[in-house]
Design a protein around this ligand. Sequence first.
Ligand code: FE2
Ligand code: FE2
Length: 148
Amino acid sequence: MLFFESGFPQFGSFNESNNLPLIDDFGRGLLVHMVEIDTLHGEFVDLVNALGRATDETFPELFQELVTHTEGHFDFENKQMRRKRYPQVSTHRAEHDRVLGEMRQINVCVKRGEFEVARTYVAELPAWFRLHVLSMDGALSTFLTQKS
Ligand SMILES: [Fe+2]
Ligand SMILES: [Fe+2]
């Protein structure tokens, strides 16, 4: 039993303090050059980074804040798309609905005190955010700034 007593190395414990931000390149390549959307995105990045560093005590409140903020963020973009008759509204809106549904579902786990799945989810948000900005929000902002 010596093998088990010595224990396995512990990889990536989420309780370890880690001061590296999950998203550190927001200002380099992820700006869409529309003030309202860049502001919302900057706030989203701050929340994701705060969640990356959160303890189990601060995690639930921050995750709730992320859900509420994302509802407002997506609602703003959805309204702009509808108002300006954006041609790709249905694809973009469907992606917002999918992500929000997923986020709300994860929040149910957080409220039950199950943080592991939520911490994995948060760690994957930067990749989703990059793809969403580059594939959808960038095109939307270009369209909106040309229309205004
Ligand atoms: Fe966005
Ligand atoms: Fe979007």
